[in-house]
Design a protein around this ligand. Structure first.
Ligand code: ISL
Length: 557
């Protein structure tokens, strides 16, 4: 019943260019480095690569701040290198998705430079400029009380024209004003530039932030002690959002066989999400909802404690797996990306005694659900977070640093009071998802030359955990991933196009993944084991699962 297309049968491998493979010993990954690893990527059995941004950028947010949409960041290579990358991937039947970051640009983009230059320039309105407000004492105030996603006000004062501009992420990432038709057309031209070079689609960054409430109203004051508040009610999934997507489709995507996956922060309810992906709406092929990466956030935010419980994964999974097919929509499935800690350390266990089983359990989850799976480079051989012996100084990403400093300030500057925050960083900071890929056990892990200075910490566990030493081991995590990727192809009718029905949730009480479980039911008579991670036994119609055990049973025909 489900219509077949290539992007449904695809498994996407996410490459974070700075951290994948350095070809020239400058300590930073680059495009020639990626090209040199194409045989490895092809050997996994994935059919697409999603490349995090490689465009020209001052790198205040690792390339999510673009200063020229039609050029490559110098240290990553040239446009020729990029063309070689596309061609080599295509020769190996691997598609290439780029990261399309068009909710905002860098403040070094020529559009913004022109926009900020005067109130009269035609590009003024390509961004959000507003007059200051003044309080009773005549002090200048921001136009509204929105908090930036990276902390502080979302508004920044520009003396030249005595107005503020809006930036929902860093001050150097001003938001584009999508209500401006000229700006939209210029962006569509930039998209065509890449599609014409053979790019197969886009992961669209912060997609649902592109339409804001036209009045930019003040956010409700939820945390009275704080000056700036969460304005997402007014800046996520705004009233014109779907008009923009439909226009983008008719102007751009429909002219290519391009795959689209939109990143939806903040939008999590079934009805709103379905409006992006329901088949009859002709908008996006699929979306990422944030609830999988947010599920262990505390009430006050990411770096606050939450009692993570596996029940949450079950709930979120059951919800989306059941919801989208009702609208003929297609799911994306992921556990890891460059914005979070590694799922292995966060939701399962990287303890030596559990690490292999945990990684294989998560692999089974990722590759047997309905939808297009996305895996982050390194996940396929069980890369983990930085361990507890790495202190706060090892974390260099702006998100964790800003959050850490803001909490430190609230606590009066006492470093000794920050242990709880550091623990959350050890689980969730974006740095973990950006660790250089551990190719082998040599100094610098084969990511860069042994005497180079890598741009970020290389996890010392690479001595044991690396791609090379799993390559020829049939029981390794890497071999398990390859096996599952092959199974998806062999059983596409079931594993790609099958439908999902949750079994009755039998244990509402508390349980934890390192306890043994047994599920006995006559109804599993006549089944056989299709996949097991070595922590399961199946006999006489009943299953026993050891710690982090997983099993896939196939009904005998
Ligand atoms: O605030 C969120 C939703 O609760 C975030 O998940 C938000 O959607 C996310 O931070 C957006 O991330 C993307 O855009 C950022 C960039 O720093 C991230 O790396 C990128 O994935 C700004 O471009």
């Amino acid at each position: 019943k489900v219509g077949k297309t290539w992007w449904k049968e695809t498994v996407v491998y996410q490459i974070y260019p700075a951290s994948f493979k350095d070809s020239n010993g400058d300590g930073l990954g680059d495009i020639p480095g990626i090209i040199s690893k194409i045989p490895y990527i092809a050997s996994l059995g994935v059919n697409a690569v999603w490349l995090s941004p490689i465009y020209a950028s001052p790198q205040h947010d690792m390339g999510y701040d673009i200063s020229d949409y039609r050029d490559i960041h110098g240290p990553y290579g040239t446009l020729d290198d990029f063309q070689r990358l596309i061609d080599e991937l295509h020769k190996n039947q691997i598609k290439l998705l780029m990261d399309l970051v068009v909710n905002h640009t860098s403040d070094e983009h020529s559009w913004f430079k022109e926009s900020r230059s005067s109130k009269q320039t035609p590009k003024r309105n390509w961004y959000f400029w507003r007059d200051p407000k003044y309080d009773a004492d005549g002090n200048r105030q921001e136009p509204n009380n929105w908090r930036s996603i990276f902390g502080g006000s979302a508004w920044h004062y520009d003396e030249a024209t005595d107005q503020y501009y809006l930036a929902l992420f860093l001050p150097s990432q001003p938001d584009l004003n999508w209500s401006n038709a000229d700006m939209r057309q210029a962006t569509y031209d930039d998209m065509r530039f890449w599609l014409d070079r053979g790019v197969d689609g886009f992961r669209i960054d912060s997609m649902n932030l592109m339409s804001k409430h036209p009045d930019l109203p003040d956010a409700k004051v939820i945390r009275p002690k704080e000056k700036y508040q969460d304005g997402s009610e007014f800046f996520a999934s705004g009233p014109k959002m779907h008009d923009y997507i439909r226009e983008m489709r008719t102007e751009v995507f429909d002219h290519y066989d391009a795959m689209t996956v939109g990143e939806l922060g903040f939008t999590k309810d079934e009805q709103s999400v379905s409006e992006y992906v329901a088949k009859d709406r002709h908008e996006l092929n699929m979306v990422f909802t944030g609830d999988i990466v947010d599920m262990d956030f505390g009430p006050g935010g990411k770096y606050e404690r939450d009692d993570f419980h596996p029940r949450k994964i079950r709930h979120i999974t059951n919800m989306w797996q059941c919801a989208l097919p009702k609208f003929d929509g297609w799911n994306s499935v992921y556990l890891d990306n460059h914005d979070s800690g590694r799922s292995l350390s966060r939701y399962a266990s990287d303890k030596p005694e559990h690490r292999i089983a945990s990684a294989k359990m998560l692999a089974t989850y990722l590759l047997t659900l309905a939808g297009t799976p996305f895996l982050l480079a390194g996940q396929e051989f069980g890369m983990a977070n930085l361990g507890k012996d790495y202190g706060a100084e090892s974390y260099i990403d702006v998100e964790a640093k800003n959050a850490y400093n803001a909490i430190l300030e609230q606590r009066g500057g006492a470093e000794s009071s920050m242990g709880d925050v550091l623990r959350e960083m050890q689980l969730k900071a974006r740095d973990h998802g950006r660790l250089p890929v551990q190719w082998d056990d040599s100094p610098n892990a084969g990511f860069t030359t042994p005497d180079a200075k890598p741009w970020m910490t290389i996890n010392k566990d690479h001595v044991e955990w690396n791609a090379a030493n799993q390559q020829d081991d049939d029981d390794s995590v890497l071999s398990f991933y390859k096996h599952l990727l092959q199974l998806r192809k062999d059983h596409a009718g079931l594993l790609v196009y099958g439908s999902y029905t949750p079994l009755k949730e039998r244990r509402p009480g508390r349980w934890s993944s390192d306890q043994e479980q047994s599920i006995s039911a006559a109804k599993y008579d006549g089944y056989e084991v299709l996949v097991s991670n070595g922590q399961s036994e199946f006999a006489d119609g009943s299953v026993r699962l050891g710690a982090y055990g997983t099993v896939v049973l196939l009904k005998q025909q």
